[in-house]
Design a protein around this ligand. Structure first.
Ligand code: KIV
Length: 272
């Protein structure tokens, strides 16, 4: 039985119907604290496997497990009352077969309370997307730069630079759309290709470093607020700079505690 919060949340079919209309605003989140703050302002919250870098300090998303995604997915879904919550299927949890993908997706939906899963891949994943959607699992597809394949791709560069690669990415978009994806993330493609995909397919496109020629945009929350400082992708615009205030607060707190001037800490140090 869905909770009242789930009933009020935006759903995959509602977002699918926004194609060509009001831009779809998406952000990642991995925790209850940020979810509560961003939820009223966005349409979709992705519990992305980018948590590998933002939360766990890993070098890539390849080491993320289904258990990690479920733990963070549960925290986010519990805290969102408005936005549609989507959870990434991590590397190794869906590529083997449609049946493996369904087992993973069913666990994610049942154990987190999210509305949909996201998976990376195009033509090669179309049968899996068709299998999932036919069994009640809404799927957000992810094409262009697919970070889980970083070892095969050899890096995180722009995709679709050559005519052949652009044609292959367009074919990916058409395949995942025909398979029933309710939306398609396009990562790191140039504007002409992003525009061609957006005009060609029925599902809304959600761009990340893929120009304004998409039906919506997604960014990683830690990039948007300036919390993740290890590197900054060129396409990221920061709307806040929280790293310095956090470090300054910790420094001020440490100085007060070390100087035994911390108000309210009498219970730790003893009064006087
Ligand atoms: O893992 C992630 O955060 C993502 C988005 C940034 C698209 O896949």
């Amino acid at each position: 039985m869905p909770s009242p919060a789930q009933i009020k949340r935006l759903t995959p079919p509602v977002l699918r119907a926004r194609k060509g209309g009001e831009p779809i605003v998406c952000l990642t989140s991995y925790a209850a604290s940020t979810t509560t703050l961003i939820d009223p302002h966005v349409d979709l919250i992705l519990v992305g496997d980018s948590l590998a870098m933002t939360i766990y300090g890993m070098d890539s998303t390849v080491g993320v497990t289904l258990e990690m995604m479920i733990a963070h997915g549960r925290a986010v879904a519990r805290s969102a009352a408005h936005a549609c919550v989507v959870v990434d299927l991590p590397f190794g949890s869906y590529e083997e077969s449609p049946a493996q993908a369904f087992r993973s997706a069913a666990r994610v939906l049942a154990q987190t309370g999210c509305a949909a899963v996201k998976l990376e891949g195009g033509v090669d994943m179309a049968d899996t997307i068709r299998f999932l959607t036919a069994r009640g699992v809404p799927v957000m597809a992810h094409i262009g730069l697919t970070p889980q394949s970083v070892n095969a791709l050899g890096g995180y560069g722009v995709r679709g630079r050559s005519a052949d690669e652009a044609a292959a990415i367009l074919a990916d978009a058409v395949a995942v759309d025909a398979a029933g994806a309710f939306s398609v993330v396009i990562e790191k493609t140039a504007e002409p290709l992003s525009r061609a995909i957006t005009e060609r397919i029925g599902a809304p496109t959600i761009g990340i470093g893929a120009s304004v020629a998409c039906d919506g945009q997604i960014l990683v929350i830690d990039d948007v607020i300036g919390l993740f400082t290890a590197f900054r992708p060129k396409f990221v615009k920061r709307y806040a700079e929280v790293a310095q205030p956090i470090a300054a607060a910790a420094q001020a707190y440490a100085a007060e505690v070390r100087g035994r001037r911390f108000p309210g800490a009498e219970h730790v140090f003893g009064a006087g």
